[in-house]
Design a protein around this ligand. Structure first.
Ligand code: GTP
Ligand code: MG
Length: 180
């Protein structure tokens, strides 16, 4: 039985807390406080972490951590990602400048990106089709990065599972490279 620690990050309101609550089989742990940031219309925001757990069919266990979105908590980002095996960056396409948001998290998690697989999930694409996934691929390529990318609705369990599966697949490939 294996234990995988995965981290979800991304801007405020993208749905990190929502995604973990959508798939956790135990009551998710969250650290929400009233949201004082008027630029994002929601009642609460994460100030510590989210935590949820999922058991896979083969008995492997996933431990899922969500970061706070706000960059003033970037010290928490570093703590949460420390011994993770994979990172999911979620970007909200309805925000004013999603590619700038992506840059914030690529910079904030630059160290982690060198060490662990990462997947990019883009939410609200159906209602906000620009930037396209091609635009994201281009922005990543400018930094020499190639990441799996998919459209996600964090409220949908199947979408969150698809996101996690792309991480698990990459982790397996790395394992095989280390121990052929
Ligand atoms: N309509 C719509 N709502 C969405 C979609 N994705 C997320 N949401 C909503 O957006 C909100 C996201 O809130 P949270 O899950 O608290 O976001 P978060 O990323 O944890 O935010 P912080 O902790 O503040 O950084 C929830 O109310 C979701 O229901 C989407 O694709 N469409
Ligand atoms: Mg949250």
């Amino acid at each position: 039985m294996r234990d995988y620690k995965l981290v979800f990050t991304g801007p405020m309101g993208v749905g990190k807390t929502t995604a973990i609550a959508a798939i956790s089989e135990t009551a998710p742990i969250s650290t929400e406080v009233a949201n004082a940031d008027a630029s994002v219309a929601k009642a609460t925001t994460t100030v510590g972490l989210d935590f949820g757990q999922v058991t896979l069919d083969n008995g492997d266990r996933l431990r899922l951590y969500g970061t706070p979105g706000q960059a003033r908590f970037d010290f928490v980002w570093k703590i949460l990602v420390r011994d993770a095996l994979g990172l999911a960056i979620l970007i909200d396409n309805s925000r004013p400048d999603p590619l700038a948001d992506l840059a914030v998290y690529l910079d904030g998690f630059a160290g982690a990106l060198e060490k662990m697989p990462c997947t990019l999930g883009v939410s609200r694409l159906p209602t906000h089709p620009s930037p396209t996934l091609d635009d994201y691929a281009h922005a990543l390529a400018q930094r020499g990065l190639v990441l799996p990318m998919l459209a996600v609705d964090p409220r949908r369990k199947d979408d969150v599972i698809a996101l996690i599966e792309t991480l698990l697949m990459q982790i397996e490939v790395l394992d095989e490279e280390v121990a052929p």
